[in-house]
Design a protein around this ligand. Structure first.
Ligand code: C2E
Ligand code: MG
Ligand code: MG
Ligand code: MG
Length: 288
């Protein structure tokens, strides 16, 4: 399937159609069994709180280790999982696993205020979403404020009226809600007024190279100001360098996420970072 990895759609087949659709079928079969074979794992990427100078949150990111193909990045299988509906059991596994992990960190008294989980638009539009989330919290005895769900603008805009309803129900559970990849979807700013969201995650395309890009500086600065005036907090995604960090500190961004803070890593590795941090109160590099 090397060929169709390039295209994000799995429906565009040309001359070699039988071969490629065969490959798609194979991948679909693999994906179908990946859960029960335990081939998925979650990595966690830390989020640095700029007010505290501490790692305060972590985003759970799915990883697929295929026995023959090796590591397959999420963007190469999530679209197929969405098309086939397999995203529902996979997404439920992600939710359960992340809640279980968050609870373990809480029991160990590590100072992590929340774990964030990505919701696919297919999950977001699933009628039993609220029950699934409530159940994941209850089963793992996790306080709702320790779970954050990330929804993309595109998912929110598919049926804006229904989205308001769904988000209100999720909010009523007491969880945190964020808009992922903010600024890149087809959306209307009016939703910011109507939806019970806590956080905007401004997309990494605005952060990348921002020190050389005046327009991105204006976009970042005004988005952060707008968010604050609306009572929302802001996470900057994809912070890769110290100058980018410095600029975001100047703009009063609330949280930073990106390779400069830390790459997505196995739970045990993040736990080591958190343990180190809790010993000394913060991590030296982050004290600004
Ligand atoms: P996302 O939710 O926007 O996640 C952030 C992505 O940016 C992650 O890619 C992360 O590794 C990457 N990233 C973080 N910091 C940096 C940086 O400093 N530089 C660069 N270049 N990249 C950075 P990843 O893990 O490959 O995930 C890609 C996308 O796949 C995610 O984007 C999300 O949309 C989706 N995804 C991942 N895990 C899940 C999941 O469990 N469920 C669902 N539905 N989607 C998921
Ligand atoms: Mg995300
Ligand atoms: Mg994102
Ligand atoms: Mg993104």
């Amino acid at each position: 399937w090397a060929k169709n990895q390039k295209s994000s759609s799995y429906q565009v087949f040309h001359d070699s159609m039988p071969v490629i659709s065969g490959a798609q079928l194979t991948m679909e079969t693999w994906l179908r069994y990946a859960l029960e074979r335990g081939e998925f794992e979650l990595h966690y990427q830390p989020q640095l709180g700029l007010r505290s100078g501490c790692l305060e949150g972590a985003e759970a990111l799915i990883r697929w280790r295929h026995p023959q193909q090796g590591f397959i990045p999420p963007l190469d299988f999530i679209p197929l999982a969405e098309e086939t509906g397999l995203i529902l059991p996979i997404g439920q596994w992600v939710l359960e696993t992340a809640c279980q992990q968050a609870r373990q960190w809480q029991v160990k008294k590590l100072s992590l205020s929340h774990v964030a989980v990505n919701l696919s638009s297919v999950q977001f539009n699933q009628p039993d979403l609220i029950d699934c989330v409530a159940q994941a919290l209850a089963t793992n005895d996790l306080h709702p404020s320790q779970l954050e769900l990330e929804v993309t603008e595109t998912a929110l805009m598919q049926d804006a009226a229904q989205a308001v309803e769904t988000l209100n129900q999720l909010k009523a559970l007491g969880i945190r809600l964020s808009v992922d990849d903010f600024g890149t979807g087809y959306s209307s700013l009016s939703y910011l007024k109507h939806l019970p969201i806590d956080t905007l995650k401004i997309d990494n395309c605005f952060v990348r190279g921002v020190t050389q890009d005046t327009k991105n500086q204006i976009i970042l600065q005004s988005t952060i100001e707008m968010a604050h005036r609306l009572g929302l907090s802001i996470v900057a995604e994809g912070v890769e360098t110290e100058p980018e960090k410095t600029l975001l500190v100047q703009y009063h961004c609330d949280f930073l996420q990106g390779y400069w803070i830390g790459r997505p890593m196995p739970a045990a590795a993040l736990e080591d970072c958190l343990t180190g941090q809790d010993k000394v109160g913060s991590i030296a590099k982050f004290v600004t």
